[in-house]
Ligand binder design. Structure first.
Ligand code: NAD
Length: 426
């Protein structure tokens, strides 16, 4: 088998599921980094394939007594630099390919920002909005039980992602702890502070988005911003950018998209908390999801799902700067178009690394049974984010790379070097 026909690669095939498209994108970014770094085929194969993939069937009892069975996944892409780390997603379209792509991006992200983890991701193919809280608890606990052989504070540490939150993490921690016979706070991060969660974790990804956006802009004053996705990442990101002096003009979520020359983000977040979505917000005009992506703004922050900037719309994107709060929002074809038209893209593995950085800080605090103040956490976050930002922009400028190419070259390069140093067993 040659380097071009890995079983996980689907290049050239049309009508791919979103998950296969994400995995294709991840594989093509890896292949580019491998070429840049001059790595051999064997190492490329090691890096292109996950170390472990677990598919589980999760039976869940609904409120009316019916039993449903849903598919769940946990993929550990790489373990060479430390325990596996990555979120758990509850979304109806998640599949093994998507989770594998997300796990691979986690590997490069952790290496890029210099935290001692490999990459992992988990997912359950459900729409959490259609489950009651008690059903979600049963589902989460049973899924945690099914993946228990893989996870643990020194093995693989889950965190929240799309459709999951602090409560989900509390249930996983409790399930794991009950099975262990003692309390194990470090098995998950992003849990409530009362249970050992870190100050600043809930807004950490968004704080990181703010830090790199301001670093890229120079001055924030009056710069216009559009944010796609108004959940755990997009909501606080819009808020933090507004607080820094930017003018947030448009926001979207699954319910719709709204535009106003100067949105009051706090007011909009209160509306969403009350009504469940941005649609119908009275102090803005409704626009379409597509229009939001194509607005003439200084900054576009995609913070929803993968594959939203594609070859079909990239040439209509007018934002000067794209800061990827989401994982994988830009396809490789769109990347080429954006680079050609001079759009700067701060890539996901750098832009949204604030979440895993503070997850790491949470895990360190748990291992010491100690808690840092919010200020201490933010200082460390800022330091790691800006250090990685400087490395990426420095390499990009030196070698004429896009920021994504530079970020992958650094992340993949560190993992490859760790493989070389450890050698191959047996
Ligand atoms: P979330 O579930 O809290 O929010 C997702 C948001 O996207 C919701 O507002 C939802 O309505 C919106 N959305 C869904 N479909 C949409 C569409 N077609 N158009 C516009 N909006 C749409 O999830 P999250 O935790 O905010 O994660 C968002 C992205 O950020 C994901 O790619 C995730 O992997 C990435 N990420 C999250 C974290 C984290 O700490 N939560 C860390 C790093 C990266």
């Amino acid at each position: 088998m040659t380097i071009t026909d890995f079983p996980t690669t689907t290049s050239g095939i049309r009508d791919l599921t979103p998950g296969r498209q994400a995995l294709d994108a991840a594989q093509s970014q890896l292949a580019e980094a491998v070429r840049f770094l001059g790595l051999d085929d064997g190492l490329h194969r090691m890096l292109a394939t996950p170390r472990r993939s677990l598919t589980v069937s999760v039976p869940v009892r609904r409120e009316d007594g019916r039993m449903e069975v849903v598919q769940g996944y946990r993929v550990q892409h790489n373990l060479t630099r430390g325990p596996a780390k990555g979120g758990i997603r509850f979304h109806p379209h998640t599949d093994l390919a998507e989770v594998t792509a997300l796990a691979m991006w986690m590997t490069w992200k952790c290496a890029l920002v210099g935290i001692p983890y490999g990459g992992a991701k988990g997912g359950v193919a459900v729409d959490p909005g259609t489950f009651t809280s008690r059903e979600l608890e049963r589902l989460t606990r049973r899924y945690a039980n099914e993946i228990q052989p893989l996870i643990g504070p020194e093995r693989d540490i889950p965190a929240p992602d799309v459709g999951t939150d602090e409560q989900t993490m509390a249930w996983i921690m409790d399930t794991y702890s009950v099975h262990s016979g003692y309390t194990v706070p470090g098995v998950v991060t992003g849990k409530p502070t009362l249970l050992g969660g870190s100050h600043g974790r809930s807004g950490a990804t968004s704080r990181g988005v703010q830090i790199v956006t301001l670093a890229a802009l120079g001055s924030a004053e009056g710069r216009t911003v559009a944010v796609q996705g108004f959940g755990k990442v997009g909501g606080p990101a819009a808020q933090f950018l507004a607080e820094a002096g930017c003018r947030v003009v448009a926001v979207s979520d699954a319910s719709g998209a709204v535009y106003a020359p100067n949105l009051d983000v706090t007011d909009l977040r209160a509306w969403v908390a009350d009504t469940g979505g941005v649609a119908g917000y009275p102090r803005a005009d409704a626009i379409s999801h597509d229009e939001l992506l194509e607005l003439d703004v200084d900054v576009l922050v995609p913070a929803a799902l993968e594959g939203v900037l594609t070859e079909a719309n990239a040439h209509r994107v007018k934002a000067r700067l794209i800061v990827e709060g989401a994982n994988g929002p830009t396809t490789p074809a769109a990347d080429r178009i954006l680079a050609a038209q001079g759009t700067t893209v701060v890539p996901d593995i750098l832009a949204n690394a604030g979440g895993v950085i503070v997850s790491y800080l949470e895990w360190v605090q748990n291992s010491q049974a100690y808690s840092w103040s919010a200020d201490e956490v933010e200082l460390k976050l800022r330091d790691l984010m800006l250090g990685a930002y400087r490395e990426v922009t420095g390499l990009a400028a030196d070698r004429g790379l896009t920021l994504r190419q530079a970020a992958h070259a650094i992340g993949v390069g560190r993992v490859a070097e760790a493989h070389r140093l450890r050698g191959l067993y047996p």
